[in-house]
Design a binder for this molecule. Structure first.
Ligand code: SF4
Length: 346
């Protein structure tokens, strides 16, 4: 059985007869949310039966669901793509003006950033395009009515390095962007990378490009080499040179995520180094005070240190926000759910 969600509409058109069925099916599955082919009554009974024997349109099952007092919902979803029973972490974050769905691109991650729990898991495998797409559909249907269906942004900031799984991630983005499917605008999709340089350069040449976010956490090579081993391969000056050349639309900016670690990345000097680094880049900085976890040897900075850091950026005309901690009561950090709950039966 093939997963419907693994295929772009032109691919489906080449496989289905007549080919316009691909558009009909995209609309039915992505827009009308049908969960079985029998509900697509514009098709003949025979066609429905034949599609049902070949194509799987089921969404992943929930292994665990966690609800925060602030409305954030975290899911461990049982992936349908492999037969390995692996899990992906997906988060729905409600907000007044816009909701956010945070999705994973890999099971675990190979990049071993020292402040990240997912990095401690190592890489198990890449997710398929369909496994990436269905996380979005699951979180959308579990939280938003059909009228609210489009009122969310997607961030690829869950488990994994998206650009390490380039082909599947880009395919999933194209499927989510399809005007006969969810019709997600590229400006509402953000891909966050630790800085895989060749893949950033490749991304820059794509016809449709999502927003780019760079996970920085370290404003000098010495610090970043320690915190993010990928920096030893692609040092800051090369990474920032690629970002400077990245195509941006009018008023679009590159987001830099900077995790604040007490005594390590939170000093005024660190903030000044960050200002220097970002000079000449249309940038926005998200400061992320560490979510502490037993497994991590780092601490969250004091509120004073966080404010002081932000103020240095603002005083130097760098747009800087402190990310609110959402869903803290249900998980301290990305990857923690996976670590704690994957072996425990639901
Ligand atoms: S911060 Fe991102 S790239 Fe680094 S280990 Fe965690 S998931 Fe991987």
């Amino acid at each position: 059985m093939k997963s419907f969600f693994d295929y772009e509409r032109p691919e489906l058109a080449a496989m289905l007869h007549p080919s316009f069925r691909s558009t009909q099916l995209f609309k039915a599955v992505y827009q009308r949310r049908v969960e079985n082919f029998d509900s697509i009554t514009e098709l003949s009974k025979g066609e429905r039966a034949s599609l049902a024997s070949e194509w799987d349109i089921r969404l992943p099952a929930v292994h665990r669901r966690f609800e925060s007092v602030d409305g954030t919902r975290r899911y461990l979803l049982r992936l349908a793509g492999g037969d390995d029973g692996e899990l992906a972490e997906t988060v729905f974050i409600p907000e007044e003006t816009r909701n956010t769905i945070c999705i994973s691109s890999q099971v675990g991650c190979a990049l071993a950033c020292t402040f990240c729990l997912t990095g401690q898991l190592g890489l198990t495998r890449n997710l398929t395009a369909g496994e990436i797409v269905t996380q979005v559909l699951f979180a959308q249907r579990d939280n938003l009515s059909e009228e609210q269906a489009g009122s969310f942004n997607i961030v690829l900031m869950g488990m994994g390095e998206p650009l390490h799984n380039y082909d599947n991630v880009m395919k999933a983005i194209r499927i989510l962007h399809d005007k006969h499917g969810l019709n997600m605008s590229m400006s509402r999709i953000t891909l966050s990378t630790a800085g895989l340089l060749p893949a950033i350069q490749q991304l820059a040449t794509e016809p449709d490009i999502p927003n780019l976010a760079i996970s920085l956490t370290g404003a000098t090579n010495t610090k970043r080499n320690e915190l993010m081993p990928i920096n030893r391969k692609y040092p800051l000056e090369e990474l920032l040179a690629a970002v400077r050349q990245f195509p941006l639309k009018h008023r679009q900016r590159v987001t830099f995520e900077y995790v604040l670690l007490k005594g390590i990345t939170d000093s005024v000097e660190d903030a000044r180094n960050l200002v220097k680094l970002l000079r000449g880049i249309r940038a926005k900085v998200n400061l992320i005070p560490l979510n502490e976890a037993d497994e991590l040897d780092y601490q969250r900075p004091t509120e004073l240190a966080i404010q002081r850091f932000q103020q240095v950026l603002i005083d130097n005309n760098v747009e800087a926000y402190v990310r609110k901690n959402r869903g803290n009561d249900i998980s301290a950090a990305c990857g923690q759910l996976m670590k704690k709950w994957s072996d425990i039966p639901a």
